[in-house]
Design a protein around this ligand. Structure first.
Ligand code: GDP
Ligand code: IMO
Ligand code: MG
Length: 425
């Protein structure tokens, strides 16, 4: 068996949570491999809405195991809140959830360091979700981090205090007052107790044994390729590898075990936080996309920046990830638009290019756009798609050399059109 991977092609919030939930019946295990509570994955079904941050989006399905992989960073406080929501829904989480012993812990002081670092950057701030992601990955690569498995070691408290002291010194150098830390620590320690109700596993063995046993596995990405630490618009990125390679290191899967790679993208683009966004619309059209698409962050509630689909960026993401199937979401948000635009290339200093430049963050890119006819009609998963939308899809398929297997037509599980059954699952 192989591991399929589902990844965001843009700047996150492409609808990964919804689609993973739709695809879960085809899988035995859903595994998150990177990111942490900076993610907000929304699921809607039976008139209910859930936002998951750390827990994989297969959790509502009976018979599916959900693994939080070694590449994920975990804030026990957020995780406990998520689990409490599951308990309220009667979800037997202890039977459906596993945590890798090697996943790193976000400490309260990591969150303070995130805030201090952003404050120090002033107008150049990343626009982080302030969940402590960057500082936690820094401690991981700096070989200072605390891991889930450490909780069960006899000297966890000492390890915690040592790392906290180090952080306090850093905060002092940044002139950041660690106000409220005592309460944060109490809440965190309580949550540490609580999350021990979830089995901690040697997850690379778990996943590889499951593969041997013929289990079907889907790796669920967080964020999107354009927020990747290596390939995104550095420094306005997150601190993990969001691309397909991250599934190998974040779960312990060899590259030759990767099967299908689903690349998910919105029919237009959004971005939260700072950083370049070539097709961003600052006008009434951008606001219209935000209003119709309810483009406000699932984690922070911040308004998302909106703009047209960027083919240069989409093709880049398809290339980096080896995408085998594309999934288009939020097509319905464009229902009322007479005309849609797509960026086909960029102009930099009067020169046209099909590549994202090295110093993306400091270049003035002008998108070269083409107009596409809108479909100006409602969409339904039970009816054929309107011709203008089929044309839009065919154009994207031709440009990316990839089939669009699924089109999402609304936030609910049922509002999903599987275009090519044999290409799904
Ligand atoms: P994720 O981070 O990739 O899981 O995406 P988010 O949950 O942050 O943001 C996607 C938002 O769009 C959520 O509010 C979803 O409920 C919603 N959504 C997902 N697919 C569709 C769709 O096809 N149409 C519409 N209108 N909303 C969608
Ligand atoms: P999902 O999984 C959208 C953005 C932040 C900020 C940058 C760095 O829901 O798609 P960080 O907190 O990681 O230090 O923030 O990355 N960002 C996201 N944007 N969706 C996400 O996750 C994001 N996770 C981080 O807004 O610009
Ligand atoms: Mg999101």
């Amino acid at each position: 068996m192989q591991v399929d991977v589902l990844l965001g092609m843009q700047w996150g919030d492409e609808g990964k949570g919804k689609i993973v939930d739709v695809l879960t019946p085809n899988y035995d295990i859903i595994a998150r491999f990177q990111g942490g509570p900076n993610a907000g994955h929304t699921l809607e079904f039976d008139g209910k809405k859930f936002v998951l941050h750390t827990i994989p989006s297969g959790i509502f399905h009976e018979g599916t195991m959900n693994l939080i992989g070694n590449g994920v960073v975990i804030d026990p406080v957020t995780l406990r809140k998520e689990i409490q929501n599951l308990i309220e829904q009667g979800v037997p989480y202890t039977e459906r959830l596993l945590i890798s012993q090697k996943a790193h812990l976000i400490l309260p002081t990591h969150r303070l360091l995130d805030a201090a670092s952003e404050a120090a950057k002033g107008k150049d701030k990343i626009g982080s979700t302030l969940k402590g992601i960057g500082p936690t990955y820094m401690d991981k690569t700096g070989r200072n981090g605390l891991r889930i498995g450490d909780i069960e070691s006899g000297d966890f408290q000492q390890k915690y205090q040592a790392l906290k002291e180090k952080h306090l010194q850093m905060l002092e150098r940044l002139n950041f007052n660690p106000e409220g830390l005592a309460e944060m620590e109490k809440e965190w320690m309580d949550a540490i107790e609580f999350i021990q109700t979830v089995p901690f596993v040697n997850s690379e063995y778990y996943i590889n044994n499951a593969l041997k046993d013929g289990k079907r596995i889907l790796a669920e990405g967080a964020q999107g390729s354009l927020l990747d630490i290596d390939f995104g618009s550095y420094p306005f990125v997150t601190s993990s590898n969001t691309v397909c390679a991250g599934a190998c290191t974040g779960l312990g899967i060899a590259p030759n075990k990767i099967g299908e790679v689903y690349g998910i993208f919105k029919a237009y683009c959004t971005r939260v936080g700072s950083g370049p966004f070539p097709t961003e619309l600052f006008d009434a059209t951008g606001q219209r996309l935000r209003d119709i698409g309810h483009e406000y962050g699932a984690t922070t509630g911040r308004p998302r920046r909106c703009g047209w689909l960027d083919m240069v960026a989409l093709k880049y993401a398809v290339m980096l990830n080896g995408v085998t199937k594309l999934i288009m979401t939020k097509a319905d948000v464009l229902n009322e638009f007479e005309t849609i635009e797509v960026a086909t290339s960029y102009a930099i200093d009067g020169k046209e290019t099909l590549e994202l430049p090295f110093d993306h963050a400091n270049q003035t890119l002008t998108p070269v756009t083409k107009k596409v006819k809108g479909w100006e009609t409602e969409l339904s998963a039970n009816d054929p798609l309107p011709a203008a939308l089929e044309d839009y899809i065919s154009y994207i398929e031709a440009e990316t050399e990839c089939t669009i297997s699924i089109v999402s037509l609304g936030p609910d599980r049922t509002q999903t059109l599987i275009r090519d059954q044999q290409h799904v699952g």
